[in-house]
Design a protein around this ligand. Sequence first.
Ligand code: HEC
Ligand code: HEC
Ligand code: HEC
Ligand code: HEC
Ligand code: HEC
Length: 396
Amino acid sequence: MKLLLLLALMGLNIYAAQVVQVADKYKDSTKCKACHNHIVTQWDNSWHARSHYDNDEYLQKTIDYVARKESGKSLNTIKVECAACHNPRISVTSTTSEYDAIAALKLDKDSAVNKAINSDRISEGINCVVCHNIDQIHDNLPDTKRGINRVDWMPSGTMTGPYGDAKSPYHKVQQRDFMDTNPNQLCFVCHANDTSEEGHRFIDMQSEFKSGGKQCVDCHMSPRKDGVAATIRDASGQAHKRLIRDHGFIGGHIEKMWNGALKVDVSKSSRGLEVTLTNPQPHAIPSGFGAREILIEAQYLSSGKNIKNEVVSLTNHYISRHNKPTVPHLAVKTVESISIPAEGSKSFSIPIASGSDQVIISVSYRLVNDEVRGILDLKDPLWSKKMIIKQVKLKL
Ligand code: HEC
Ligand code: HEC
Ligand code: HEC
Ligand code: HEC
Ligand code: HEC
């Protein structure tokens, strides 16, 4: 029995990420516009289209910071590590210590690694030929193998999709269940868990997920609705009518998604104000990427005049091996992890300001907490913007 287990584990370890080059004809979303322009436009506004180093300030500065702090690892090595999920069509999937030594001397300009990092094949991040070129997802692999390390690609030019009967003059097609009845399997290729350089698991979205109800795509794409997959007309002179989903992948960066994302109840008790946050979603909030934050702000008024403010911050703090605050990717541990569990609730007590006759409670969300924003010196106002979840007024 033990021998079998050992053999099985060895088999898993032999599996290495396969690289399949994408032909010029399919390499970026502009190639799909002639027939799928509506989809390209929606995807282009999503954060999947911004998952490359050059297009997301937060990602870029985290990668730079990790490379600065991890002595012995070059910037390109960190970029390759992160590319597993952020740029899975990359043509190099690991680097060696010899490479890092050459990179430290700046002699790596013509290396395969440097060419892979700077290739226009990956500049669009998670584009059409990431999701629609996946052939198989290997859920028998250890759960740390993610992104490019968990999938096999189709030959370039075959698109996987939800339909069994589609025909296209531009590319071959194949139907897959992860595009149809089991789309969570596709999302979990990347949105499952992530581990720091120190081996600390700072995200575990898949194990927190309460399956059984809606799928990721119902809320973050759209429910299925009438439309067309391709605008080109077929032999009968019509564009083929289909059930489709939007490709906006709307989420935490989009203010309107936060409106009502949590239920907020406020009452008076002997301890002060009781604020209860209830999360109807099937995953924790905040969840996904670390260092997100929920703010509960109480503004106390007396005869309409503001007399006092109280603020409660619900966020994760990360500690480095030097016992200092750090970013998730360098953490040895998480302290003060306060998120609202899937389909659960949490209550917080806030002292009531004496002399107040009214309180306005605002619950909002921020993409990056003060601590990590400070460490990385993030400039774009997006990262500190308060996105309103709910406001409640109460007479005291
Ligand atoms: C010349 C037109 C044309 C171009 C260009 C084109 N497609 Fe298509 N595609 C089609 C047609 C037609 C269909 C079938 C639509 C239907 O049956 O409703 C299709 C279907 C699909 C499907 C669904 C397949 C299925 O079986 O469910 C995917 C995914 C897809 N295309 C992706 C892409 C991507 C990615 C690109 C760019 C790299 C692209 N297409 C470029 C015409 C095109
Ligand atoms: C190849 C890896 C990968 C796959 C597969 C993937 N994602 Fe993502 N997703 C990412 C990464 C990386 C980001 C963060 C991009 C950034 O902010 O730079 C992201 C971001 C998001 C966001 C946040 C957007 C925002 O505005 O905050 C949502 C929502 C999302 N993905 C939904 C999905 C859904 C639904 C699926 C399955 C259909 C899916 N993703 C499949 C890697 C992936
Ligand atoms: C994060 C993964 C992901 C990315 C990136 C992505 N798609 Fe899709 N796409 C899906 C999923 C999942 C479906 C199946 C939706 C359903 O359940 O019917 C789908 C469906 C489709 C369909 C069938 C019609 C529809 O809208 O449901 C077409 C055509 C298509 N995608 C083209 C594209 C093109 C072109 C791009 C790039 C601009 C793209 N997709 C990017 C995940 C993705
Ligand atoms: C019932 C609807 C629903 C389902 C199903 C769902 N989500 Fe969400 N998700 C939300 C809402 C609402 C939010 C909060 C507002 C926002 O960020 O869009 C959210 C937030 C997120 C965020 C940002 C997290 C944060 O705290 O910053 C990510 C990433 C995400 N979801 C991914 C997923 C993935 C992956 C799945 C499937 C495993 C999924 N969601 C399933 C509704 C849903
Ligand atoms: C296992 C797959 C995976 C790997 C590997 C990965 N990420 Fe991510 N990353 C994600 C997903 C999925 C999201 C989106 C989650 C969300 O929005 O809550 C994300 C989001 C982020 C964000 C937030 C971006 C934003 O716009 O808010 C940062 C920063 C980030 N990752 C940094 C990194 C760095 C640095 C590395 C490499 C050291 C890395 N990631 C490796 C999956 C991964």
